[in-house]
Structures are given as structure tokens and as C-alpha cells.
Design a protein around this ligand. Structure first.
Ligand SMILES: Nc1ncnc2c1ncn2[C@@H]1O[C@H](COP(=O)(O)OP(=O)(O)O)[C@@H](O)[C@H]1O
Ligand SMILES: [Mg+2]
Length: 363
């Protein structure tokens, strides 16, 4: 802000940086305070068979509206699958189909031997009983009736003390998500189907969830737009596009590499045959381009937020070191003072580099 405030072209960015700094400052202590979560693992029930979920030439939708058509899919025990794709493509429909909440219009959905499914999604949040307490909600589904076990499951999602005796109807949307996840945690089956589980979650809860999911021995399929979450957990990516699926046996980085390559090839093909392309082919190309531009913008936005978080963290570290320098108690502790000013020098250099990147992204 100090550096760019004077330059007209950068003033707007400096201003938004100032606003960002304010909002981050307001948020930071909350993150600190909520960081003390109880660690608790999703301990899988008995193992499922080798293929807990199989779709054979399956079509599904709502009444006349077919969303998924003729899908073949085999999920293997232990798969960690991220389901990605644009809004409205059918990601939630796919999960609901796998969860048995909607029936296929044609084809087969085969539930494997000993598969015990747990579904998290909007529908399930709406089903929570408003009059029940948080404790009773988890207890009703828990694999154990032990009080400490149930309290730990709640504690992992930041409900502790007398909060567990509140009624569900008093909860916010984000709190309901946490409660539903705590309920699954207390009885995690061996196949998790999670539809956008990180929506409305605070950073500490996202961390708890991804930690628990990373150590889960069962099968996981989850819909998410959260890049951190996907890259941390997924070893297989299923991309849902209107009426078709693409299955990538790899992680997010592999998937991105493939998609970039695909778009590049398409770009080259478009340039090569632009003069003779038919209007309808053009429309398809334009649509792909729009999708890509939107995806690029989203990617840039995500990178910007990530950078802003890193910048805030560096600034906090610098402030910490500066407070050591400024503390009268340290006035004669030359070694500490030296170490602090060295650290500040290094941190400021890193901060400068982050700021440069941030400015570049905003252009
Ligand atoms: N209950 C429903 N009744 C009718 N149409 C629906 C229903 N739920 C979803 N759809 C439609 O099905 C399509 C796929 O929706 P959905 O699976 O929710 O997409 P996504 O989760 O990928 O955003 C959308 O066009 C949506 O409007
Ligand atoms: Mg959805």
C-alpha cells in the first residue's frame, strides 16, 4: 500500500490491499482462537468389497430432464476421488445416484459387498432435526454410545462445553455443516460421499476435515471447488461435463497438465481451420473458449487469495519480530535484537517478492 499508493495506476490496488489488510486483521484472531481442535480420526468400519460402487450404462435425472447419460464407472476400494466440473453439470446428481438417493432411469447401480455409505450434502443438512440437541444428533448415529467418544467427535468440529446442548435450530449454515460432518465422523462407514463439504467451513474446520479424510482407510468421493482440498486428497479426478464423464487416474496436477494440453491442442486446431469452420463448430469453439476464460479467471482469483493470505502471514511474522525489537525489555539483549533484525530483513525480501507477484496477477 505504501509503495503503490502514490502511483495512479496502482492506487486502486493499493486501496483494495488496505481493505484486505483490515479484513484479514479482523479475521486472524478468530483463526487463532479456533485452532485448538481435538484430533479425531474417521476410523473406517469393516472393509468393503473390492468394488464398493459400480455404475453400468446408467442414466439418471429428474423427471424428463436427463442429467447423466449412459455412464460406466467403477469405484475401487480405497479410491480418493474428486468430482469436478462446472455448475449444473451433474456433480451432485452423480453423488446422489451413488448414494442411492435417486434411482437410475436406465442401467444399473451396483452396491458392492459390505459397502457402508455415508452421504453429506445439502439435502442431509435440511433433514437435521431442529428440536434435537447437537449432542443427541451425533449420539443418534454414533458407532459408540460412549460420552467421551461423542464429545470428541463434536469437539473435532469445534463444538465443546455447553455448546453441545444447544438445539440444532439455533445453528448457522456453517455450524450445521460442521454438525453433519461430526455425525459422519462418529460413524464413518467405509465409503464417504461428500458434496461440497468445505462450503461454509472456517479454515480450522477445513483443516480438521482434510486431516481426518487423509487418514481415512475407506473410499472417498467428494465434490469440491477447493484447490487445496483437492490437491491434498484426490488421487483420481472425475470431471463431469454436461452429459459426459471424464475419468483421470491421477491427482490435480496431472489433471491440470492434461487439461492445459487439451486446450492448447484445441486452440491450435481452431487457428488452423478457422477460415473453413462452419458456424456451429464456431459456436462450440466459442463456448469452450468462454469456459476456459472463466476457468482461467477463477484460477487467477484463487491464486490472488492464496497470495493475499501468504502476504498477511508474512506481515504478521514481521510485526512479531518488530515487537521483539521494540520491547524495552530486550534493549540490552544484543543477540536477540540482531536475530530479529536479520529475520525482518529476510521476511521483507520475501514479502516484496509476494507483492510483485500480487501486482502482476492484478494486471
Ligand atoms: N431436484 C431437481 N429437479 C429438477 N432438476 C434438477 C434437480 N436437481 C438438479 N437439477 C438439474 O440437474 C442439473 C444438474 O444439477 P446438479 O447435479 O445439482 O449439478 P452440479 O452439482 O454439478 O452443480 C442442473 O441442470 C439442475 O438444474
Ligand atoms: Mg452440486
Amino acid at each position: 500500500m505504501e509503495r503503490f499508493g502514490a502511483k495512479a495506476t496502482k492506487a486502486a490496488q493499493a486501496h483494495s490491499k488496505a481493505k484486505m489488510a483490515e479484513s484479514l486483521k479482523a479475521e486472524l484472531p478468530v483463526i487463532e482462537a479456533e485452532h485448538k481442535t481435538v484430533s479425531f480420526k474417521f476410523t473406517c468400519s469393516r472393509e468393503s468389497g473390492a468394488a464398493p460402487l459400480v455404475l453400468k450404462r446408467c442414466s439418471a435425472g429428474y423427471g424428463e430432464r436427463v442429467v447423466l447419460s449412459n455412464i460406466d464407472l467403477e469405484i475401487h476400494r480405497g479410491d480418493k476421488v474428486a468430482i469436478v466440473g462446472p455448475n449444473g453439470a451433474g456433480k451432485s446428481t452423480l453423488l446422489k445416484l451413488l448414494a442411492g438417493m435417486i434411482k437410475p432411469v436406465s442401467g444399473e447401480m451396483i452396491l458392492g459387498h459390505n459397502a457402508e455409505l455415508r452421504y453429506f450434502g445439502q439435502h442431509q443438512l435440511e433433514q437435521l432435526d431442529g428440536e434435537a440437541t447437537l449432542y443427541d444428533t451425533v449420539a443418534a448415529h454414533s458407532a459408540s454410545s460412549d460420552r467421551t467418544y461423542i464429545r470428541n467427535a463434536l469437539g473435532a468440529f469445534l463444538f465443546s462445553g455447553s455448546a453441545v446442548d444447544k438445539k440444532v435450530k439455533t445453528l448457522s449454515g456453517g455450524e450445521k455443516s460442521r454438525l453433519a460432518l461430526a455425525t459422519i465422523l462418529a460413524s464413518p462407514g467405509n465409503v464417504l460421499l461428500l458434496d461440497e463439504p468445505t462450503n461454509h467451513l472456517d479454515i480450522a474446520s477445513i483443516e480438521t476435515l482434510s486431516e481426518s479424510m487423509a487418514s481415512y482407510a475407506g473410499t472417498i468421493l467428494f465434490v469440491s471447488h477447493d484447490e487445496y482440498f483437492i490437491s491434498r486428497l484426490a488421487a483420481r479426478i472425475i470431471e463431469v461435463r454436461p452429459m459426459r464423464l471424464r475419468d483421470f487416474p491421477g491427482n490435480l496436477a496431472d489433471y491440470r497438465y492434461y487439461v492445459d494440453k487439451l486446450f492448447k491442442e484445441q486452440d491450435e486446431a481452431v487457428t488452423n481451420k478457422k477460415s473453413k469452420s462452419t458456424p456451429s463448430a464456431n459456436a462450440v469453439d466459442e463456448k469452450e473458449t468462454r469456459i476456459r476464460e472463466r476457468e482461467e479467471k477463477k484460477k487467477r482469483d484463487r491464486e490472488t487469495s492464496k497470495l493475499e493470505l501468504e502476504i498477511a502471514k508474512k506481515e504478521a511474522l514481521i510485526a512479531e519480530q518488530e515487537s521483539i525489537l521494540n520491547d524495552p525489555e530486550n534493549a540490552l539483549k544484543y543477540e536477540s535484537l540482531h536475530a530479529a533484525s536479520e529475520a525482518i530483513g529476510a521476511l521483507k525480501k520475501e514479502l516484496d517478492e509476494l507483492m510483485e507477484k500480487w501486482v502482476e496477477l492484478g494486471q
